[in-house]
Design a protein around this ligand. Structure first.
Ligand SMILES: Cc1cc2nc3c(=O)[nH]c(=O)nc-3n(C[C@H](O)[C@H](O)[C@H](O)COP(=O)(O)OP(=O)(O)OC[C@H]3O[C@@H](n4cnc5c(N)ncnc54)[C@H](O)[C@@H]3O)c2cc1C
Ligand SMILES: NC(=O)c1ccc[n+]([C@@H]2O[C@H](COP(=O)([O-])OP(=O)(O)OC[C@H]3O[C@@H](n4cnc5c(N)ncnc54)[C@H](OP(=O)(O)O)[C@@H]3O)[C@@H](O)[C@H]2O)c1
Length: 530
């Protein structure tokens, strides 16, 4: 391995960072990229070394630096930002945007200005879209490296694995670094489930499908194992491209344990819309074996009630079976772990070993960016002497099918278990067929309404009729995800909760999906279902 490059004090223009990262990704043996202050510039011991510079480690580092502390972040990839921009959220959003546009291309096929997609074009290439993402990926990584160095003044070592020697000593790039605190933030990785045949050619997951030497053929038929967000998002994308897709799932779709507060109306709407687009969704089944010789040809699966076995054919088998935290890399520290391998932390993000913190996907709870970033920042605050607790029990949540699916607060069923006077406001309303209701409608669904296909989506709020507090909100369509961040904040933080009357008082930027105006129709008197 080469000794790498020392970039301390050297300005690398943003335009040069993208190609540089790509070069290192092609040839990791180029050695470390070192941006560490020499002793004549800063000889303080590190307040914290962050191992892993993903969402958790980078945000924690930036915060600690901003508070006047000294930090070092070490990452084995040649960029900061972690798995989100490299192989998780960002490609997922690229694929989900493609799925949405392809869904529209089919709806609009041979109509208005659109070509006859259904009969002439028929398919989009998964490989072409994947390769388009890969071509632009380095530029995004470059921004993280540039921003962290030039704007946030962080010290970092990239393209180098960190090895923890003890809680105050880390080895990386052939050097030893001492620190007062350690922050562990190396995330989680997909681990192959124990299904015979998982190592056959054609079996991929969200990370491996990005490697041109792994997914090196255009799939024609896909079988997905799993029923969580990844399965739904990637399955919807594959189907939208024209690659016939079957989902095999143990729990019902969206009913895996990791997903909370999923409303049954919303869940059913999502699943039915996927089926209307031709996907096959088979639940209550478990995989038995991946079939084929060297290349996978399908999955043999078993009905979990009857024990009967069936085969789903496919030339690409996509494993959406989840991830495992990489905590075993820190065995030397003797940390307390849960049964799934997460590092146990208290509300300050400190582990069972004083002075060692953990954050992001390594700790229990939702594996989402907000938690990664906020847990990293919480560790930094506490290290800098600002006692802070972070409890991430309640949060807004979302996924993509060909739609945005967003929810926060209680589902209707949960609300009815806890409150005696639950009122709902829904579109389409109860008792009305989806095909007969042109609403909800807003940016992104206008042409669904024009075509009158009942594909507009679903909108629902769940309210306590006595206190008038909004208990839950669910939404399937487009353009409301950002609003849900703030609605969730108001629902959690407003003293006494956020009421239907307050939501009705919002100055809506009409035309939008209709939460404020619908609530306004009901605020004059006692709340009733609408
Ligand atoms: C398919 C998919 C789509 C997703 N989409 C979304 C989304 O839309 N929105 C959302 O909020 N969340 C999404 N997530 C979740 C989100 O990606 C994670 O919660 C987040 O990236 C976790 O950040 P982290 O910092 O904990 O870990 P990571 O980002 O994984 O960072 C860990 C870092 O540690 C480094 N590392 C590993 N080992 C070592 C070592 N020995 N030495 C040094 N460095 C090391 C790695 O190189 C990596 O950079 C998605 C997840 C998946 C799988
Ligand atoms: N915000 C986003 O849009 C987004 C997108 C993707 C991922 N993420 C996050 O990333 C994390 C991972 O999501 P994920 O969907 O990949 O995983 P997940 O939520 O852990 O779901 C895993 C799925 O695989 C199934 N499964 C696991 N092992 C299996 C086996 N051996 N055989 C058959 N089925 C098996 C599970 O079934 P059971 O339910 O029956 O156990 C479940 O349906 C989540 O925390 C998620 O929130 C976020």
């Amino acid at each position: 391995m080469s000794t790498g490059i020392d970039i301390w004090g050297k300005f690398i223009p943003l335009a040069e960072w993208g190609p540089l990262v790509d070069e290192y990704l092609r040839d990791p043996a180029k050695g470390p990229i070192i941006n560490v202050a020499p002793p004549e510039v800063d000889d303080r011991p590190y307040d914290a070394i962050f191992i892993g510079g993903g969402a958790a480690g980078r945000f924690g580092s930036a915060f600690l630096k901003a508070r006047g502390g000294r930090q070092l972040v070490i990452d084995k990839w040649p960029f900061l930002g972690g798995s989100c921009p490299h192989e998780a959220c960002v490609p997922h959003h690229v694929f989900s945007e493609a799925a949405r546009m392809l869904d529209y291309a089919r709806l609009m096929s041979n109509r208005y200005w659109c070509e006859d997609f259904e009969n002439v074009k028929k398919r989009a290439s998964i490989l072409e879209i994947r390769d388009g993402f890969l071509q632009s990926r380095g530029a995004g990584h470059g921004v993280m490296n540039f921003q962290s160095k030039e704007q946030l003044n962080m010290e970092y070592i990239l393209n180098a694995e960190a090895r923890v020697i003890d809680k105050n000593t880390v080895e990386a790039a052939g050097r030893i670094f001492k620190c007062r605190n350690l922050v562990l933030a190396i995330g989680a990785r997909p681990t192959p489930p124990p299904i015979p045949g998982v190592d056959k050619h054609g079996v991929v997951n969200f990370a491996s499908m990005l490697h041109p030497d792994v997914l090196d053929f255009e799939p024609n038929r896909c079988v997905i194992v799993g029923g969580g967000k990844t399965a739904i998002e990637y399955g919807s994308f594959f189907q939208a491209t024209g690659c016939q897709t079957t989902i095999l799932t143990r729990s019902q779709l969206m009913r895996t344990k990791g997903l909370k507060h999923v409303d049954e109306d919303m869940r059913r709407w999502v699943e039915d819309a996927m089926k209307r687009r031709g996907m096959e969704i088979i639940d209550n089944v478990e995989p038995v074996e991946i079939l084929g010789n060297s290349h996978a040809t399908g999955v043999r699966y078993r009905n979990m009630t009857t024990g009967e076995e069936f085969t789903a054919e496919g030339d690409m088998i996509f494993l959406g079976t989840g991830e495992r935290p990489l905590s075993d890399q820190f065995d030397v520290l003797g940390l307390e772990l849960d049964e799934k391998g997460h590092i146990i932390v208290d509300a300050t993000m400190q582990t069972s070993v004083p002075g060692v913190y953990a954050c992001g996907d390594m700790i229990p709870g939702p594996r989402e960016m907000f938690k990664a970033r906020k847990s990293g920042v919480t560790a930094a605050r506490n290290i800098m002497g600002e006692y802070t607790e972070y409890v991430y029990e309640e949060f807004p949540d979302f996924l993509h099918s060909t739609y945005e699916v967003v929810w926060t607060g209680l589902s209707e069923e949960e609300a009815r278990q806890q409150y005696s006077n639950v009122v709902t406001i829904k579109l389409p309303p109860d008792g009305v067929r989806r095909e007969d209701c042109a609403l909800p409608v807003g940016d992104g669904s206008m042409f669904f309404a024009l075509e009158g296909m009942g594909e507009n989506g679903l909108l629902k709020s769940v309210i306590d009729g006595d206190s008038r507090k909004i208990l839950g909100l669910q939404f399937v369509a487009f353009g409301v995800r950002n609003a849900f961040q703030y609605l969730d904040y108001l629902m959690q933080k407003m003293p006494g909760g956020f009421t239907a009357d307050q939501l009705a008082d919002v100055n809506e930027l009409f035309l939008n999906e209709g939460y404020p105006q619908l609530h306004r129709l009901r605020v004059g008197g006692p709340l009733r279902d609408l």
